[in-house]
Design a protein around this ligand. Structure first.
Ligand code: GTP
Ligand code: MG
Length: 424
């Protein structure tokens, strides 16, 4: 196990006794398989632009490191290339930041060809963004002696190699993504209600998928267990629903990852409904921050328009008064325990109600012989009734709201009306 020492610059006053501001970073390290041997926090509004810590604090850190002899130093923030270089020079140790750590965990947890390529792409782009310098500073990323072209500095060679690899990976990614694209299209074409699970990592999304669909997707108490998306079906009150589990989110998710995982995250975008799963056993402030992080990733992938239902999971861990308190703050949320099954029936009802409300009652008149349109209504809608009159075929049905538009020209005004085609 590698020994890691943590450093963080945090704004504001020190938190009250018992609150560990570096808890999440520690969980990330535990997930990555490293042991934390010490930590140092400097309180200031923003990090030093050159060395992250200020001068005096850096000296303190150096003597701590001399005493504890860790293998590497892990920084809570995303470092600039300069900060990273300066820190490594000063400390004589490998320095990695939060973003690099998250990328590393993703690399360990990606199993499919697509997932692996997505992680590689993110890592390449991350490294490329650090290969800056003013020509003097040689990159430490490439071994590369002898690969240099005429007139090229090592840095230029490294960047050229990285760019080339990036375009290869992107191309391969397009190839492997296409098979999932085919599956996604067929799910869309099936017209079944599509639900996506989204939420902070480790909130129990996969456990919930398993509980709702009686599946066996891997579940573990560590961050970013799920990297590759999975879809399973469940049935409720005679209707089949498709449920997709995908990668979890975290605060300060490296933007290279969000970009590289775009096609995976797009699984969320095709959903009619997003179940935003949160861990109710977190402290309320923590919960709010995590929910905000999830919302910001969803906004970044342009999922703003998709309705969301908040699911507060792990209520088996709450005291009754805590649960009552949360129910007051989140009156619209569904409270469940994916572990003991509490609230799952209610969740299925809420999902059913959502999809029912999505259906609107319409009455249309089709000309005789337009069997194709009537067939469409049968395929898309429910409760279809047909009546032939002299002018054509009257069809009443319940259609998904977003499908109503395409039948606009056949719509009749309200049932009591004179059955005139709607010309509004
Ligand atoms: N007590 C309790 N623990 C739960 C519940 N649901 C999930 N867990 C635990 O929470 C941990 C994380 O569960 P996962 O289902 O892997 O979480 P996830 O959201 O899929 O996590 P990532 O894939 O890493 O994003 C596991 O140890 C689960 O056993 C619950 O309702 N109650
Ligand atoms: Mg999971």
């Amino acid at each position: 196990m590698e020994k890691a020492y943590l450093m963080a610059v945090l704004p504001g006053p020190a938190p009250p006794e018992g609150v560990d501001e570096l808890l999440e970073l520690k969980e990330l390290l535990a997930t990555a398989g490293a042991e934390v041997v010490g930590e140092m926090v400097q309180r200031r509004d923003r990090p030093d632009p050159r060395t992250y810590f200020g001068k005096g604090k850096l000296a303190d850190l150096q003597s701590e490191l001399g005493r504890l002899e860790p293998d590497l130093v892990v920084v809570e923030d995303e470092l600039t290339p300069n900060q990273q270089r300066n820190l490594e020079d000063r400390l004589g140790l490998r320095v990695i930041d939060r973003a690099a750590l998250i990328l590393d965990i993703f690399a360990q947890h990606a199993h499919t060809a697509e997932g692996k390529l997505q992680v590689e792409l993110a890592q390449l782009q991350f490294n490329l963004s650090r290969m800056t310098g003013k020509g003097i500073a040689l990159s430490r990323l490439g071994g590369g002696i002898g690969t240099r072209g005429p007139g090229e500095t090592q840095l230029e060679v490294d960047r050229r190699v990285a760019r080339k690899r990036i375009s290869t990976v992107k191309k391969r990614l397009r190839d492997v993504s296409s098979s999932r694209e085919v599956m996604r299209r067929s799910r869309l074409a099936s017209r079944l209600p599509l639900i996506a699970l989204a939420g902070y990592t480790n909130t129990g999304k996969s456990t919930l998928l398993n509980a709702l669909t009686s599946s066996q997707v891997a579940v573990r108490d560590r961050l970013f267990e799920t990297v590759d998306p999975t879809t399973r079906a469940y049935e409720f009150a005679g209707q089949t629903y498709l449920l997709t589990d995908t990668v979890g989110f975290i605060r300060k998710l490296p933007h290279q990852l969000v970009e590289a995982f775009h096609s995976t995250l797009e699984e969320t975008l095709v959903a009619h409904l997003i179940l935003h799963v949160a861990d109710a056993s977190n402290h309320e402030d923590e919960l709010e921050q995590m929910n905000a992080a999830v919302d910001s990733v969803l906004d970044a992938i342009e999922a703003e328009g998709i309705p969301r239902l908040l699911v507060l999971n792990k209520i088996d861990l709450l005291e009754p008064e805590q649960e009552a308190f949360l129910r007051r703050i989140y009156p619209d949320a569904v409270f469940v325990s994916a572990c003991n099954g509490e609230g799952l029936e209610r969740l299925k009802e809420r999902v059913r109600d959502f999809f029912n409300a999505r259906l609107v009652s319409v009455e249309m008149m089709f000309p005789y012989g337009d069997g194709r349109s009537i067939g469409e209504v049968y395929r898309l809608g429910s409760d279809v009734e047909i009546e032939s009159i002299q002018e054509g075929v009257i069809v009443s049905a319940r259609l998904p709201r977003e499908e109503v538009e395409r039948f606009a020209k056949y719509m009749l005004k309200g049932r009591e009306g004179k059955r005139q085609p709607d010309t509004d």
